[in-house]
Design a protein around this ligand. Structure first.
Ligand code: 3UK
Length: 547
C-alpha cells in the first residue's frame, strides 16, 4: 500500500484482512492507476484542465445550470468550509443527506477533494437508520439538505460522535451557503493514495445491520473506465437523467461520475417518479436515461405517445436498467413503444457498479448480458468449482473493484476464494451470456422442484391484466413450499377467484405447469426499497390474504 494521506485512519484500520479480500484485476490499459490519485481531482479539476470549464455540467428544474467551473467553485468553497471552519482532517467520514440536487453533488466533490470519506445516505432513511450509519462509520461531520434536517437532527441527538452538522439549500445566516460566501479561491485537493478510501456506501439491505462497503479513489476511476466506454459509450453532448439516488452507487455512477468522465451534463431531479421523468426528459432534452425495470414498465406506453426517443423525433437514445432483473416482457414493451432496446446491467454496492451487461446491439431477452471488460465472471457449483454452460449456480465475479465490508464478519460470506459472490443464482449459456434465475435465497423448492420466482413473474407479466407482480415461496406441509404470487392489477380488473383461475391457467400455458402459483393475492402496490427492489421478506411475513 502507498503511504496514506489519511490522518484519521479509521477506514484503513477496519478493512477486511488481506486473505478475506477479493482478488483484484487491473488488466485493462485504462486500469493502470498511479500511486497517488484523488478521484475528485481526476474527474472535476481535470475537466477544467481539459478546457471543459464552460460546458454545462449539472442542470436542475427551475432553470439552474452549473458549468464544470461552477461546480468546481462550489466544491472548493465547501471544501474550505469543511477544513477551515469544521476542522475536517483527511480520513474523517462526512455524512451526506439530500435528494438528488446540485448542492448534493457539490458536497460529494468537496468531501472527496478534502480527503474525507463521503457517506451518502438515502433520502427516505429515518433517524434510527441514520443512527446505525453514523455509529458504524463513526461519522464526525454531516452536510444535509435543510429539507431533510429533522430525521438527521434526531439521529445526531443520540450519537454525539457526529459533532458538526451544516445545512445547505439554506438561506439563513448559519447555513452552508453563508459559510461558502466567506471562502474564495481554489482549494488544493488532498494528494490521496489511490487506495485511500473516498466513500463508504451502505447496502440497501433488507434485514439486519446495514453493511458499509468501502471504496477507494481508484475504484471510482475504475468504474468509469470499465462499463461506460464499453457498454454505454456516452459522448460529450449527452444529457443524462434518471431516478436512482446519488446515495445508491447506481445513481452516483450513472447520474454524476459517468457524465462527468466524458464532459457531458446531468439533470438532477429531486423527484423522479415515472410521471416526473416523462415530463423532465423532453424538458431537458435528455439523451441517456437510468432507472429501474419497474419504472420502464410504467412509463412505456406514455413514452411512446410522447415520442420521447430519438427515433421518434425526441432526444432519448440510451436507456439503462439495473437494480433488479429486467423481465423480457418489460424489454419488449419498451422497445415496442420507443424503438429503444434497453441496456440491462447487474451491479452491486459491493462492486460499486455494473459488471455484467449488454449494449443495445447485443441485448438478448431474458439475459443480463456478458461480462464487462475489466471483470471476470463465472457460475460456481456447490463445490465452489466453475460449472459448465447450462447449469444453475452461484454468480461469482472479480475485477478492479470488489467487496470490502467495513469491520464486518459477513465479508467471509460475500468473498470466497478471491471471488465476489453476489448472492444471485445465474446460468451461463454457450455464448457467454449470463441469465438471471433468482436471488440464491429466493429459489423456491416445491415438491422437490426448483422454481425461480422471476420465471413465474415473467410469465404473469405477459398477462394483460397484470401491472406488476412478485412471487415467493410459502411454507407448505405437503410440498415444503408452494408458489405464491402477489399481483397488482391494471385499472379495470378485479382480483377475484375468476381472475386467479385465469392467471393460473395462463401461467400453466406459458411455462412448466408445476410452476404455476397455487396461491394468488392482490395488492394495490408492491413493497419496494428506495432502490426499486421488491421487498420479498415483507411479502413473506405479510399476513396471508390481506389485500
Ligand atoms: C440485483 C440485478 C438482475 C442482484 C446496483 C447497478 O443494484 C445494485 O446494487 P445493490 O447492492 O443490489 C445488488 C443486487 O441487485 N440486481 C441488480 N441489478 C440487476 N439482478 N439483473 C440486474 N440487472 O441481486 C444484485 O446482487 O442494491 C446496480 C449499479 C450499482 C448498484 N449498486
Amino acid at each position: 500500500m502507498a503511504a496514506t494521506a489519511h490522518v484519521d485512519t479509521f477506514a484503513r484500520d477496519r478493512l477486511p484482512p488481506p486473505d478475506q479480500q477479493p482478488e483484484y484485476l487491473f488488466e485493462l490499459p485504462g486500469l493502470q492507476f498511479p500511486e497517488r490519485l484523488n478521484c475528485a481531482s481526476a474527474l472535476l479539476r481535470a475537466a477544467l484542465a481539459r478546457g471543459w470549464g464552460s460546458r454545462a455540467c449539472i442542470v436542475a428544474p427551475g432553470g439552474l445550470r452549473w458549468t464544470y467551473a461552477d461546480l468546481q467553485d462550489r466544491a472548493d468553497r465547501i471544501a474550505h468550509v469543511l477544513v477551515r471552519e469544521l476542522g475536517l482532517v483527511p480520513g474523517n467520514r462526512v455524512l451526506l443527506r439530500a435528494p438528488n440536487n446540485p448542492m448534493m453533488a457539490a458536497c460529494w466533490f468537496a468531501v472527496v477533494q478534502a480527503g474525507g470519506i463521503a457517506v451518502a445516505t438515502m433520502p427516505l432513511l429515518r433517524a434510527k437508520e441514520l443512527g446505525q450509519v453514523i455509529a458504524k462509520a463513526e461519522v464526525s461531520h454531516a452536510l444535509c439538505d435543510l429539507a431533510l434536517a429533522d430525521e438527521l437532527a434526531a439521529a445526531a441527538a443520540q450519537h454525539p460522535v457526529l459533532r458538526h452538522v451544516r445545512h445547505f439549500n439554506d438561506a439563513g445566516p448559519d447555513g452552508l451557503e453563508a459559510a461558502m460566501a466567506r471562502h474564495d479561491g481554489p482549494f488544493t485537493d488532498v494528494d490521496t493514495a489511490a487506495d485511500d478510501t473516498c466513500l463508504i456506501a451502505f447496502t440497501s439491505g433488507t434485514t439486519g445491520q446495514p453493511k458499509g462497503t468501502v471504496h477507494f479513489h481508484r475504484d471510482v476511476m475504475a468504474i468509469c473506465a470499465c462499463w461506460p466506454p464499453h457498454m454505454l459509450r456516452p459522448v460529450a453532448d449527452d444529457v443524462f437523467i434518471g431516478s436512482p439516488p446519488l446515495a445508491f452507487t447506481f445513481g452516483l455512477g450513472g447520474l454524476l461520475l459517468f457524465p462527468m468522465a466524458v464532459g457531458a451534463s446531468t439533470v438532477l431531479l429531486e423527484k423522479a417518479s415515472p410521471p416526473a421523468l416523462l415530463d423532465a426528459i423532453p424538458a431537458h432534452g435528455a439523451t441517456v436515461l437510468f432507472t429501474a425495470p419497474t419504472s420502464y414498465r410504467v412509463m412505456a406506453a406514455e413514452a411512446g405517445k410522447r415520442r420521447l426517443s430519438a427515433a421518434h423525433g425526441g432526444t432519448l437514445r440510451k436507456c439503462v436498467s439495473a437494480g433488479e432483473a429486467l423481465p423480457a416482457a418489460t424489454r419488449a414493451l419498451w422497445a415496442l413503444h420507443t424503438g429503444l432496446e434497453l441496456i440491462d446491467g447487474i451491479g452491486a454496492t459491493e462492486l460499486l457498479h455494473i459488471f455484467i451487461s449488454a449494449d443495445e446491439d447485443h441485448a438478448r431477452p431474458g439475459a443480463t448480458g456478458t461480462v464487462v471488460p475489466g471483470y471476470r465472471a463465472c457460475v460456481l457449483g456447490e463445490d465452489g468449482q466453475p460449472l459448465p454452460p447450462g447449469q444453475i449456480g452461484r454468480l461469482a465475479v472479480k475485477g478492479p473493484t470488489g467487496c470490502r465490508y467495513l469491520a464486518d464478519a459477513r465479508q467471509a460470506q460475500y468473498v470466497q476464494g478471491g471471488w465476489n459472490l453476489t448472492g444471485d443464482a445465474y446460468v451461463q449459456d454457450e455464448d457467454g451470456y449470463f441469465h438471471y434465475c433468482s436471488r440464491t435465497d429466493d429459489m423456491i423448492v416445491s415438491a422437490g422442484y426448483n422454481i425461480a420466482a422471476p420465471e413465474v413473474e415473467e410469465a404473469l407479466l405477459q398477462h394483460p391484466a397484470v401491472a406488476e407482480c412478485a412471487v415467493i415461496g410459502l411454507p407448505d406441509e405437503e410440498r415444503g413450499q408452494i408458489v405464491k404470487a402477489f399481483v397488482v392489477l391494471h385499472a379495470g380488473h378485479v382480483g377475484d377467484e375468476a381472475t386467479t383461475r385465469a392467471l393460473q391457467e395462463f401461467v400453466k400455458q406459458a411455462i412448466a405447469p408445476y410452476k404455476y402459483p397455487r396461491a394468488v393475492s392482490y395488492l394495490a402496490h408492491l413493497p419496494r426499497t428506495e432502490t426499486g427492489k421488491v421487498q420479498r421478506f415483507k411479502l413473506k411475513t405479510a399476513q396471508e390474504g390481506t389485500p
